[in-house]
Design a protein around this ligand. Structure first.
Ligand SMILES: [Zn+2]
Length: 533
């Protein structure tokens, strides 16, 4: 129902957009647009220091999903100072927010990126071997500390142009909370957060500057926890009186592992035990196992979900325990907008890759060597170019931006703040993320985002074309159906124990930009630090 109302809204928007074309084109000539884009890129370059501070600061907070408290407080503070109106606690997620700034009539353009980090990825930046800041603590071993700083840099630069020239439109900056848990964006969509948005530019850290359209590489997923309820007993004194929930969770695991032999290779699944009992001499009355079930289509994901439910029921039958399940996360396979991607790619070609220093390259090559990467050539020197839709689906990771991409015309811009050829979700992926590599990559990305936003603010026909692709090509054969129900709450309790344990130790490492120029300086890291073998 919500989708139907929304769809009508979009059609009306497209119609009105069509009517606006004539007058808007008169107002904004090509040369005016070109000048504005040059000016916005210069403004982004001039903001490089602020971008660096934001990237370093969020890196230092090292917050896991649903606990991005300091990161959110800090980032919204900057936006608030710039006149953005902030709504907190979006979708009942305490660390989620929606920052909006409007001037006159024009499209609503939302800039999103993630902000959470990775368990056990604590790592000194700029050091080319494993050196945790706090042993066992979370760290930015994916690079989610760079995306929102990039988006804020772009948004503030565009805002300045809009103010100076009276350009109409609305800018939104929003965070993907708990992306590693696929824990927020499907909820935002379910709760109608994107209902007034015309288009979305999402940014994600990478090792090159690129954008794609059509079906993206990778999968969608559903994240589920199965819990079993049995009966405890003395494990030695009266084991026959116990019914082990752990036996059920283990049998489910075995069942799924047999199932895996018969899964299509595009499907991927992984699990961890979230509760495996307390101690050996007490028959575990409670146990839980948590799965990510991935496939390249929604239907494929739902088939896996059904299979998992059957296996869980079977495990409960075998052990005379009770089974319950809950959805902890969801992500649709992604589909990106052709018109936005093509518009953005022209800006990517114009901005190009950052100029890397010898120190940047030295660090990159040393890290590649350290993790035995097949890529030993250092940082990217050549743009990958506009990536067309995959000819045949390619399996891999997921991102809940998929749900947004089926709600409004969306692209993900990947920007070069990290080192190519690393394994991901690993301490090595944190090494570059508070160094000049990350800073320069974010500035390059911010230029592209700012220029693309101006393209859409100044040429209304682009948004009409983007909507046309969205409605008449992308959605022609696929209907978006949420994987989460109206009642599934976001699992905001996740990661609480880990953050309770490590936050006090991490606080000692928060970046103080009033005392130090860079985080490397605060940490006393010589750049780059490379171990001589
Ligand atoms: Zn990510």
């Amino acid at each position: 129902m919500k989708n139907q109302i929304y769809l009508r809204g979009l059609l009306v928007t497209a119609f009105l957009g069509g009517c606006l074309i004539a007058s808007a084109q008169k107002k904004y000539s090509k040369s005016f647009a070109r000048k504005q884009k040059e000016a916005v890129a210069e403004q982004v370059q001039a903001s490089h220091k602020q971008t660096q501070v934001m990237v370093d600061k969020v890196f230092s907070f090292a917050e896991l999903g649903f606990h991005e408290t300091e990161s959110s407080k800090y980032l919204t503070g900057i936006l608030e100072d710039a006149g953005f109106e902030i709504e907190y606690g979006i979708s009942n997620i305490p660390t989620a927010w929606w920052a909006k700034w409007s001037q006159g009539e024009g499209p609503v353009i939302a800039l999103g990126s993630d902000v959470d980090c990775i368990p056990k990825a604590s790592q000194y930046p700029g050091v080319a071997y494993h050196k945790p800041m706090v042993e066992g603590a979370p760290g930015h071993g994916e690079g989610h500390n760079s995306g929102i700083p990039l988006n804020i840099t772009a948004a503030l630069a565009v805002q300045e142009r809009m103010k100076a020239e009276g350009i109409g439109g609305t800018l939104v900056v929003w965070p993907g909370i708990a992306e590693e848990q696929l824990g927020s964006k499907a909820w935002y969509v379910r709760d109608g957060v994107f209902e007034d948005v015309d288009m979305c530019i999402f940014t994600h850290v990478s090792s090159n500057l690129s954008v794609s359209w059509g079906q993206a590489r990778g999968t969608g997923l559903i994240s589920l926890e199965y819990s079993f309820d049995g009966e405890s007993a003395h494990s030695a004194g009266a084991p026959w009186r116990g019914r082990s929930a752990l036996d059920a969770a283990e049998l489910m695991n075995i069942g799924w592992n047999y199932k895996r032999e018969h899964l299509h290779p595009l499907k991927r699944s992984h699990s961890i035990f979230t509760d495996a009992g307390d101690q050996p001499n007490v028959v575990p009355s409670k146990a839980s196992i948590w799965y990510y079930l991935r496939d390249v289509t929604y239907e494929g994901i739902m088939d896996m979900y059904e299979d998992a439910n059957n296996i869980a029921s079977g495990a409960a039958l075998m052990t005379d325990t009770k089974m319950t399940s809950r959805v902890l996360g969801a992500a649709w396979p992604r589909h990106f907008n052709k018109v936005i991607a093509e518009t953005m790619d022209k800006n990517i070609q114009q901005v190009g890759l950052p100029e890397w220093s010898e120190a940047d390259q030295k660090l990159a090559r040393a890290v590649q060597k350290q993790v035995s990467s097949r890529d030993t050539s250092g940082l990217a020197m050549k743009l990958t170019g506009l990536l067309p839709p995959v000819e045949r689906p390619v399996s891999g990771g997921s991102d809940d931006i998929g749900d947004v991409s089926w709600t409004v015309p969306t692209v993900t811009m990947r920007f070069p703040s990290n080192i190519p050829g690393l394994q991901g979700h690993h301490w090595s992926n944190a090494i570059a993320m508070a160094t000049p590599i990350a800073h320069k990559g974010a500035t390059a990305g911010a230029k592209v985002v700012a220029m693309t936003v101006l393209d859409f603010l100044l040429q209304p026909e682009l948004l009409v074309q983007a909507n046309d692709y969205f409605e008449n090509v992308q959605k022609k054969e696929t209907e978006y159906k949420p994987m989460i129900s109206e009642n599934d709450p976001p699992p905001v309790y996740l990661n609480t124990d880990i953050m309770d344990e490590f936050r006090p130790q991490l606080e000692a490492f928060y970046f103080d930009e009033t005392k130090y120029d860079t985080y490397l300086e605060q940490l006393g890291v010589e750049y780059p630090t490379i171990r001589e073998d």
